[in-house]
Ligand binder design. Structure first.
Ligand SMILES: [Zn+2]
Length: 171
Protein backbone atom coordinates (compact mmCIF):
# COMPACT_ATOMS: atom_id res chain seq x y z
CA UNK A 1 0.00 0.00 0.00
CA UNK A 2 1.01 3.56 -0.49
CA UNK A 3 3.04 4.74 2.48
CA UNK A 4 4.04 1.27 3.58
CA UNK A 5 7.68 1.03 4.40
CA UNK A 6 9.81 -1.35 2.36
CA UNK A 7 11.58 -4.02 4.42
CA UNK A 8 15.25 -3.06 4.64
CA UNK A 9 18.18 -5.42 4.95
CA UNK A 10 20.89 -4.99 7.56
CA UNK A 11 23.41 -3.81 4.98
CA UNK A 12 20.92 -1.32 3.55
CA UNK A 13 20.37 0.06 7.02
CA UNK A 14 24.10 0.27 7.82
CA UNK A 15 24.98 1.80 4.47
CA UNK A 16 22.24 4.40 4.73
CA UNK A 17 23.90 6.57 7.38
CA UNK A 18 24.90 9.96 6.06
CA UNK A 19 26.32 11.71 9.10
CA UNK A 20 28.71 9.21 10.64
CA UNK A 21 31.75 7.34 9.43
CA UNK A 22 31.44 4.08 7.54
CA UNK A 23 33.13 2.27 10.44
CA UNK A 24 30.74 3.74 12.98
CA UNK A 25 27.77 2.71 10.84
CA UNK A 26 29.06 -0.87 10.64
CA UNK A 27 29.42 -1.05 14.42
CA UNK A 28 26.30 0.69 15.64
CA UNK A 29 23.72 -1.34 17.54
CA UNK A 30 20.58 -2.23 15.66
CA UNK A 31 17.34 -2.35 17.62
CA UNK A 32 16.45 -5.67 19.23
CA UNK A 33 14.48 -7.91 16.87
CA UNK A 34 14.78 -5.37 14.06
CA UNK A 35 14.63 -8.19 11.49
CA UNK A 36 11.17 -9.06 12.72
CA UNK A 37 9.97 -5.50 12.40
CA UNK A 38 6.46 -5.00 11.16
CA UNK A 39 7.62 -2.83 8.28
CA UNK A 40 4.18 -2.30 6.86
CA UNK A 41 2.98 -0.49 9.92
CA UNK A 42 5.98 1.83 10.03
CA UNK A 43 6.66 5.26 8.62
CA UNK A 44 10.37 4.92 9.30
CA UNK A 45 12.74 2.94 11.50
CA UNK A 46 13.64 4.88 14.64
CA UNK A 47 15.39 3.55 17.72
CA UNK A 48 17.50 4.43 20.71
CA UNK A 49 20.93 2.79 20.87
CA UNK A 50 20.46 -0.19 23.22
CA UNK A 51 23.92 0.49 24.71
CA UNK A 52 23.94 4.29 24.87
CA UNK A 53 20.61 5.91 25.69
CA UNK A 54 21.61 9.34 24.42
CA UNK A 55 22.15 8.14 20.88
CA UNK A 56 19.31 7.50 18.50
CA UNK A 57 19.00 6.47 14.87
CA UNK A 58 16.49 7.20 12.18
CA UNK A 59 16.29 5.41 8.82
CA UNK A 60 13.68 6.32 6.24
CA UNK A 61 13.13 4.91 2.79
CA UNK A 62 13.11 7.36 -0.08
CA UNK A 63 12.94 7.31 -3.88
CA UNK A 64 16.75 7.37 -3.90
CA UNK A 65 17.04 4.52 -1.38
CA UNK A 66 17.27 4.31 2.39
CA UNK A 67 18.62 7.40 4.18
CA UNK A 68 19.74 7.26 7.79
CA UNK A 69 21.09 9.64 10.40
CA UNK A 70 22.59 9.44 13.86
CA UNK A 71 21.00 11.72 16.45
CA UNK A 72 22.20 12.82 19.88
CA UNK A 73 19.74 13.55 22.62
CA UNK A 74 20.39 16.85 24.29
CA UNK A 75 19.48 16.50 27.94
CA UNK A 76 16.83 18.81 29.14
CA UNK A 77 14.41 18.96 32.01
CA UNK A 78 10.83 18.01 31.42
CA UNK A 79 8.68 20.98 30.62
CA UNK A 80 5.44 21.85 32.33
CA UNK A 81 3.72 22.41 28.99
CA UNK A 82 3.12 19.85 26.27
CA UNK A 83 5.54 19.71 23.37
CA UNK A 84 5.10 18.39 19.89
CA UNK A 85 7.35 15.98 18.03
CA UNK A 86 8.43 17.52 14.74
CA UNK A 87 8.35 14.18 12.92
CA UNK A 88 5.01 12.67 13.93
CA UNK A 89 3.32 15.76 15.46
CA UNK A 90 2.44 13.84 18.62
CA UNK A 91 2.00 15.91 21.76
CA UNK A 92 3.81 14.76 24.88
CA UNK A 93 3.97 16.08 28.39
CA UNK A 94 6.94 15.93 30.75
CA UNK A 95 9.99 14.34 29.22
CA UNK A 96 8.12 12.71 26.33
CA UNK A 97 9.75 15.07 23.85
CA UNK A 98 13.49 15.74 23.77
CA UNK A 99 15.76 18.00 21.80
CA UNK A 100 17.79 15.91 19.39
CA UNK A 101 20.71 17.17 17.42
CA UNK A 102 22.15 15.70 14.24
CA UNK A 103 25.59 16.49 12.90
CA UNK A 104 25.67 17.60 9.29
CA UNK A 105 27.51 15.23 6.99
CA UNK A 106 31.13 16.19 7.58
CA UNK A 107 32.84 18.59 5.25
CA UNK A 108 36.02 20.49 6.01
CA UNK A 109 34.17 23.72 6.47
CA UNK A 110 31.20 22.56 8.44
CA UNK A 111 32.60 19.75 10.49
CA UNK A 112 31.01 20.93 13.70
CA UNK A 113 27.76 22.12 12.34
CA UNK A 114 24.57 20.44 13.45
CA UNK A 115 20.83 20.76 13.26
CA UNK A 116 18.44 20.33 16.19
CA UNK A 117 14.81 19.36 16.41
CA UNK A 118 12.25 18.27 19.01
CA UNK A 119 11.29 14.61 18.70
CA UNK A 120 9.55 11.87 20.67
CA UNK A 121 12.14 10.95 23.32
CA UNK A 122 11.84 7.25 22.51
CA UNK A 123 11.85 7.84 18.72
CA UNK A 124 8.69 5.73 18.65
CA UNK A 125 7.12 8.07 16.07
CA UNK A 126 6.04 5.21 13.80
CA UNK A 127 4.00 3.71 16.59
CA UNK A 128 2.50 7.03 17.61
CA UNK A 129 1.68 7.74 13.97
CA UNK A 130 -0.41 4.59 13.56
CA UNK A 131 -1.80 4.79 17.10
CA UNK A 132 -0.29 1.54 18.40
CA UNK A 133 1.32 3.64 21.12
CA UNK A 134 -0.18 6.71 22.78
CA UNK A 135 1.29 9.18 25.22
CA UNK A 136 -0.49 8.94 28.54
CA UNK A 137 -2.60 11.67 29.99
CA UNK A 138 -2.41 14.12 27.14
CA UNK A 139 -5.00 15.10 24.61
CA UNK A 140 -3.94 15.02 20.98
CA UNK A 141 -5.07 17.37 18.25
CA UNK A 142 -8.28 16.32 16.61
CA UNK A 143 -7.36 14.88 13.23
CA UNK A 144 -9.46 13.54 10.42
CA UNK A 145 -6.55 12.17 8.39
CA UNK A 146 -6.37 8.46 7.63
CA UNK A 147 -3.54 6.42 9.09
CA UNK A 148 -2.03 6.09 5.60
CA UNK A 149 -1.98 9.88 5.25
CA UNK A 150 -0.47 10.30 8.68
CA UNK A 151 2.26 7.82 7.85
CA UNK A 152 3.01 9.69 4.70
CA UNK A 153 3.16 12.97 6.59
CA UNK A 154 5.57 11.51 9.15
CA UNK A 155 7.73 10.01 6.39
CA UNK A 156 7.80 13.35 4.58
CA UNK A 157 8.83 15.19 7.73
CA UNK A 158 11.73 12.79 8.27
CA UNK A 159 12.86 12.99 4.65
CA UNK A 160 12.72 16.77 4.75
CA UNK A 161 14.82 16.92 7.91
CA UNK A 162 17.48 14.63 6.42
CA UNK A 163 17.45 16.65 3.22
CA UNK A 164 17.86 19.87 5.17
CA UNK A 165 20.76 18.29 7.04
CA UNK A 166 22.59 17.39 3.86
CA UNK A 167 21.78 20.61 2.06
CA UNK A 168 24.82 22.85 2.47
CA UNK A 169 23.02 26.05 1.70
CA UNK A 170 19.76 25.48 3.53
CA UNK A 171 19.51 26.57 7.14
ZN1 LIG B 1 7.48 11.55 17.12
Amino acid sequence: MLGDMRALSESEIRNSFENCSHGEAQRLHLPAHWDRSDWQSMAFLGWIDPKSPHRGYVVVDSPSGARGIVLHRVQHRGRPTAQMCQFCLTLHGGTGVSMYSAARPATKKERYSSLGTYLCSDLGCSEYTVGSKRPEGIRQMEETMTIEDRKERTTDNVRRFIQRLSDRRGR
